[in-house]
Design a binder for this molecule. Structure first.
Ligand code: ZN
Length: 213
């Protein structure tokens, strides 16, 4: 497995050394995870309802909210996965494995180009975890993903999965919006977020209005 600088082992949180085949502390690797977890389901975004807990209408509504955030931030793709995580599987390594093996990212988006934000909802326990691709790390680590998960918590506890996904996506959009206003150049977002400029030609104003919720 290819680790990037500053990355921690998803299983034991020990700082990983680049190009290590497996974690030196606990032995975790994607290959080891394959042997434990088996074959990952082939997932399709933006909403992969493996557990079958969401109706078509709610799925469409949540997908629409995700699409709105993706339109505002074309640099990223968001996928929500709903599934029964095996009870013996620790959630963080499982999410890491699913992120890498679930086919949510196309081949061209592997490694440093991966700009996927994955929200995994364990429908067994109604726990949620978020994971981001390496391509987003330079700026998304500044975004408190925790507050996005926090936004999803209440609806999740009530079993309202669509609402949980929508709250997560909206909070992510809100966080990124603030980040872009604070330091667009620092995070390399300036080129791709010209809609933030109210004086820009075209439908920039529409984009700005949409983000004010
Ligand atoms: Zn480890």
């Amino acid at each position: 497995m290819m680790y990037h600088r500053g990355v921690r082992c998803p299983a034991c949180r020990t700082p990983a050394i680049e190009n290590d085949a497996a974690c030196r502390q606990c032995g975790f690797s994607l290959e080891v995870a394959d042997r434990s977890f088996g074959i990952a389901p082939a997932l399709q975004g933006p909403i992969a309802d493996v557990a079958g807990v969401m109706g078509a209408f709610k799925q469409k509504r949540a997908a629409h909210v995700i699409a709105q955030v993706e339109r505002q931030f074309p640099q990223l793709a968001i996928a929500a996965v709903l599934m029964d995580v095996p009870q013996q599987a620790p959630l963080v390594p499982y999410a890491f494995w699913l992120f890498n093996r679930g086919q949510l990212s196309s081949a061209v988006e592997k490694g440093g180009e991966n700009r996927l934000v994955m929200l995994l909802i364990d429908t067994n326990t109604d726990r949620a975890i978020a994971m981001v691709g390496y391509g987003l790390e330079p700026f998304i680590q500044e975004v408190p993903l925790q507050s996005c998960l926090q936004a999803a918590l209440q609806p999740l506890q009530r079993g309202r999965y669509a609402q949980a996904i929508e709250s997560f996506a909206r909070e992510l959009g809100r966080q990124l919006f603030e980040l872009c206003q604070l330091a667009p150049k620092q995070f390399g977002l300036a080129q791709e977020t010209q809609w933030l400029d109210v004086n820009a030609p075209g439908d920039a104003n529409v984009g700005l209005a949409e983000s004010l919720y």
